[in-house]
Design a protein around this ligand. Structure first.
Ligand SMILES: [Fe+2]
Length: 505
């Protein structure tokens, strides 16, 4: 492995930090690496694996003003690129305006999720509730050959080179970017049309918008989605002809908002409302469906089947887990992040466009979340979903499940005691013809060896274990959202001698 340090960021976190989401598996990094020809610990890098795996992470540089929440940390993107049977690695902080301002100030300036906005040291800021730092640390997608990082509470879209993770700037969409509202995490890049579908939300009417950016990075559609009040949607889905948005009954207590408190409450008496809108439809074309009360953090996929839209995602059996007095203070404080406490299971909603009714079914008894699938089947009938299992009581992924939605069977692996994975992306094999003909790629944080690895599995033979294990330069923080971008979707990838060199962006 050929390793070069390309950057270091000064951290002001305390040496005796005891916050479990800034220590242990969540210990943030301060060093940025450029590593080529990664050391192969086991197996071989498949020669038909060609492209980049990207993962975003909360990676805090400064302590919180008072109470750190795991979603507050600054964004860091990790890239593992594969070409010609070799792999490289890059990690870079997302150079957000907030990161740069706090670097200049030498400490935190904005209030985090577990803090009242009123304690922010600055009057400005980002996020649906305001006066937060847009850490751009939530998700990463690749649209039009450029990586875009996002913030769960709406913010800018930071543009990154998907090979080097270097920040190139912010999306402006020719001046049409909705800077007043920002864009939520989980915009969807539809590789078939070249479009980016997105939504945002806030505390002012109409409380949500939906929009479309075309393959030329122009905003070509932007419509109001009227909601009954401020809501906390996190993800969206799409089919060939429709976009799907949601109004789940877990939202900030509207009376407390006026007093500057943002306290999310679940309302089991209210239905889950799911909106179906033609991808270029106006506000009058939105159709709302009512389903069983829950909160859906992530959808997996959706597609049209006859007069129905089939929508798959994770149904939370307990969106507001009570403090049961079990576990230490951290487990109790962050019980909302534990998959076993939320009881999230793969679920299918069938929205009947003719009758307006919804049929629901649980697809699996296994508690999983953070589902991924072969991107070539996004918006279309598909068979396989790959999802994470969680360490009980913690926001850590301890294993991986391959759900076969046709047979209802599952294949499952555990990463092993003390080893935590990331959201696992599916990378179709070059020239693949079958949906599961490809690889599953994830990054681990291994507390046993104090190291991190990139694991590559054969997507059709998960339980065989990794076909390849690659070592990263240092142990990285545990993290969540990821994506895969095939080499042929990246400008300059195929023609460059060095695929990790920025070309053409
Ligand atoms: Fe998410």
């Amino acid at each position: 492995m050929d390793v070069e340090i390309v950057g270091r960021v000064l951290s002001t976190l305390p040496a005796d930090d005891d916050h479990p989401y800034r220590t242990g598996p969540w210990r943030p990094q301060t060093t940025e690496f450029k590593a080529d020809d990664l050391t192969v610990v086991q197996g071989e890098v498949p020669t038909d694996l060609d492209g980049v795996y990207l993962r975003n992470t909360e990676n805090p540089v400064h302590p919180a003003l008072r109470n750190y929440h795991p979603f507050d940390g600054d964004g860091m993107v990790h890239v593992v690129g594969f070409r010609d049977g070799k792999a490289f690695y890059r990690n870079r902080f997302v150079r957000t305006d907030g990161l740069l301002a706090e670097a200049e100030a030498g400490g935190p300036l904005w209030a985090g999720l577990a803090e009242r906005p009123a304690i922010a040291k600055r009057d400005d800021g980002w996020g649906a509730r305001g006066r937060m730092k847009d850490a751009s640390s939530t998700d990463v997608v690749v649209h039009n050959g450029t990586a875009l990082t996002t913030f769960y509470q709406c913010g800018d879209l930071y543009r990154l080179d998907p090979r080097t993770a270097e920040t190139l700037g912010k999306a402006t969409w020719g001046g049409d970017f909705p800077f007043d509202w920002g864009v939520s995490a989980h915009p969807k890049a539809d590789d078939r049309t070249g479009e980016l579908l997105f939504f945002n939300y806030g505390t002012q009417a109409p409380y949500m918008h939906y929009g479309v950016v075309d393959a030329d990075d122009e905003l070509v559609h932007y419509v109001d989605v009227e909601l009954p009040g401020p809501r906390l949607p996190h993800d969206m889905a799409y089919t060939e002809n429709y976009a799907i948005l949601n109004d789940c009954p877990l939202f900030w207590d509207p009376e407390l908002i006026g007093q500057g408190h943002y306290a999310a409450r679940f309302h089991p008496e209210l239905p889950t409302r799911i909106a179906v809108i033609p991808r270029r439809g106006g506000p009058g074309s939105i159709r709302w469906f009512e389903a069983e009360s829950t909160y859906v953090l992530h959808w997996v996929n959706a597609y049209e089947e006859g007069e129905e839209i089939v929508l798959d995602g994770f149904f939370q059996g307990d969106p507001e887990p009570a403090d049961n007095g079990m576990g230490n203070k951290w487990e109790r404080a962050f019980r909302f992040l534990a998959l076993d406490r939320m009881q999230s299971r793969l679920h299918r909603w069938r929205l009947n466009l003719r009758t307006g009714l919804v049929r629901e079914e649980q697809l699996s008894d296994t508690v999983t979340e953070f589902g991924m699938m072969n991107g070539a089947y996004a918006g279309r009938d598909y068979r396989y979903a790959y999802a994470a299992t969680g360490k009980p009581a913690w926001f850590l992924f301890d294993g991986l499940v391959r759900h076969d939605l046709r047979t209802g069977t599952e294949e499952r692996i555990s990463f092993g005691e003390g080893v935590y994975g990331s959201e696992t992306a599916m990378a179709p094999r070059v020239g693949s013809t079958a949906e599961d003909d490809g690889y599953l790629v994830t990054l681990t944080t291994d507390m046993n060896t104090d190291a991190s690895y990139c694991l590559v599995f054969d997507a059709s033979r998960l339980s065989d274990g990794p076909v390849c294990t690659l070592q990263l330069p240092e142990r990285i923080s545990s993290g969540t959202h990821s994506t895969w971008a095939a080499g042929d979707s990246l400008p300059g990838w195929a023609t460059s001698d060095d695929p990790a060199t920025a070309v053409g962006l």
